[in-house]
Design a protein around this ligand. Structure first.
Ligand SMILES: Nc1ncnc2c1ncn2[C@@H]1O[C@H](COP(=O)(O)OP(=O)(O)O)[C@@H](O)[C@H]1O
Ligand SMILES: [Mg+2]
Length: 414
């Protein structure tokens, strides 16, 4: 058996002694306590930061995925993006019995949306003495300039340039019922003093884009698609106005979606040619695809605009209807009317009621091509003109016929 040298055993024992004595229990504890006290806040902060950073990364990637899905090629477009809960106003079905809220829309430009919106609201305001709320959702602001005095229009234009916002922007984002009711009836001349307009300017486009992106990224706690519907459905707005008419832009913008979701009917103006008839089909397809957003929306009718003849009166100025009006149309117009009817049928056969009940208006309510309407474009409303000249009277009669037909459609639904 090998002997362990005495020196070695001694050295080992000495080392252990030193170790034991230098790391005495209470010294270690105090030292650990001091270090822990000093480091604890830093460590806690670090852990907190790390957790919130991880949370942010996860939320951001979730939001991005949602946004990516929203614009996916095989999806139904932004406004029907998957994973987006549809948060309709409480008791949304009240919209069916509410005041008429009519959006004048078509994804094609230049078909007469603004002209028809302006003259139709003049018909309701002047001939029917209704309190009309007109909303301009096209940032080009043509309806606004037609309804406002030049001075008011210029002042509002300046204001939007400074504040980068306009009344239409405010309406789709922050507006309250009090604000809406406080907008002055700043309407051209006294003939339209029962009407109120919510004007729009170019700043609307920026607000619309921002709202859409914030909503897509989940930064909005409300469903921005129903913001206007909520306002219009409020009792005070329903009591204060007899009718709402909305001039829509030729795109499914944030404001356009809000308009359709707040309306109980849509009117689709079209020029009677084959390309325009196709565009009617395209727009109606979109109405059908998005029907989940507006389950109570009806198509009041497709209205032919700029017809070559006045279809509502004969050569002697006597009112005509039915087949006689049809016979006054030229071949291109008749073909386009048939194409529009086919497009409605084709597009809506798979839709649910009430959208499926869409019809084209009867030809005697179509709007003739009148120089008085184009001359007034963007500046005045021919219907509300002070003149009683024969062509202005013809314009008024045409819009009176269309207004009456819309009313009879509404009556037949109730
Ligand atoms: N019935 C009509 N008769 C004559 N010109 C018209 C008629 N309807 C529209 N216009 C003219 O056609 C152009 C486009 O009309 P507008 O109402 O601005 O269309 P949209 O709003 O669909 O773009 C304007 O210059 C307008 O004056
Ligand atoms: Mg327009």
């Amino acid at each position: 058996m090998a002997q362990i040298p005495v020196e070695e055993t001694l050295a080992e024992r000495l080392w252990q002694e030193i170790m034991n004595s230098s790391f005495d229990d209470w010294t270690v504890r105090v030292a650990a306590l001091v270090i822990a006290t000093l480091l604890a806040p830093f460590v806690a902060r670090l852990i907190g930061r790390l957790t919130s950073w991880l949370k942010e990364v996860f939320t951001a990637s979730g939001r991005l995925k949602r946004a990516e899905q929203a614009v996916a090629k095989d999806g139904n477009g932004i406004w029907l993006a998957k994973n987006f809960h549809i948060d309709q106003p409480v008791d949304y079905r009240r919209i069916r019995r509410g005041i008429p809220v009519i959006t004048i829309a078509n994804l094609k430009g230049g078909v007469g949306k603004t002209t028809i919106a302006a003259n139709l609201l003049a018909h309701y305001s002047i001939a029917k003495q209704e309190r009309v709320l007109a909303i301009d959702f096209d940032y080009q602001g043509s309806l606004s300039s037609m309804m406002l005095s030049e001075a008011d229009h210029d002042a509002l234009f300046e204001e939007q340039s400074d504040t980068r916002t306009c009344r239409a922007s405010h309406l789709i984002e922050h507006a309250t019922v009090d604000w809406l009711l406080s907008v002055p009836n700043s309407v051209e001349g006294s003939r339209l003093d029962r009407a109120k307009v919510i004007p729009s300017f170019y700043s609307l486009a920026a607000t619309e884009n921002r709202l859409m992106i914030e909503w897509l990224l989940g930064r909005k706690d409300i469903d921005i698609r129903f913001r206007l519907a909520e306002l219009i459905l409020s009792d005070r707005v329903q009591d204060r106005f007899d009718r709402v008419i909305i001039d829509a832009p030729p795109r499914l913008t944030t404001a356009c979606i809000q308009a359709l979701a707040a309306s109980n009917s849509v009117i689709i103006p079209t020029v009677l040619d084959s390309l325009s008839a196709q565009a009617v089909g395209t727009f109606v397809d979109q109405l059908r695809i998005h029907q989940k957003l507006w389950p109570y929306l009806r198509i009041a009718g497709v209205v032919g605009n700029m017809t070559s003849k006045d279809l509502g009166v004969d050569a002697d100025g006597k009112p005509i209807e039915g087949d006689e009006a049809l016979e006054r149309m030229n071949a291109v117009e008749v073909d386009a009317k048939v194409a529009c009817e086919d497009a409605l049928e084709r597009s809506l056969q798979t839709s649910n009621t009430p959208l499926r009940d869409a019809k084209i208006f009867s030809p005697h309510t179509f709007i003739p091509d009148k120089a008085e309407l184009s001359r007034a474009a963007g500046e005045r409303i021919a219907y509300a003109s002070a003149s009683n000249a024969a062509p202005i009277q013809q314009v008024r009669r045409a819009f009176d016929r269309l207004g009456d037909e819309i009313d009879s459609r509404y009556a037949s639904w109730n």
